[in-house]
Design a protein around this ligand. Structure first.
Ligand code: TYC
Length: 104
């Protein structure tokens, strides 16, 4: 039976535009500070955001120079978990590193 058979749509309900759209995406941002070590930020980018060493170093230096930078873009709940993980790791290690999220 075709996917567009009106009888199938009657049974399953046809999808509205909002149901077929991609989920809203959120940028996860790291903020610069004067106390968190560069090494720790690179480790966070590698372990939490799955960046390779070179990319992690590039992102860290971008944040260091510009004050803020994007670590990745994720659906809401994943972005929120990343923000919490970064801040928990930072506090556990005695660093003031801040991480936020922003709708794309
Ligand atoms: N500015 C920090 C330093 O010089 C390094 C740093 C980079 C801190 C990025 C936070 O998000 C950050 N040690």
């Amino acid at each position: 039976m075709s996917q567009h058979d009106p009888q199938v749509e009657e049974i399953t309900g046809s999808q509205t535009d909002s149901e077929v759209k991609e989920p809203p995406m959120f940028k996860v941002l790291l903020l610069n500070d004067d106390y968190t070590t560069m090494e720790f930020v690179v480790e966070v980018l590698m372990h939490v955001f799955h960046k390779a060493l070179e990319e992690a170093t590039r992102i860290m230096l971008n944040v260091h120079r510009r004050g803020v930078g994007v670590c990745g873009v994720y659906p809401y709940e994943i972005a929120q978990t990343k923000v919490e993980t970064v801040e928990t790791l930072a506090r556990e290690n005695g660093f003031p590193l801040k991480c936020t999220m922003e709708r794309e």
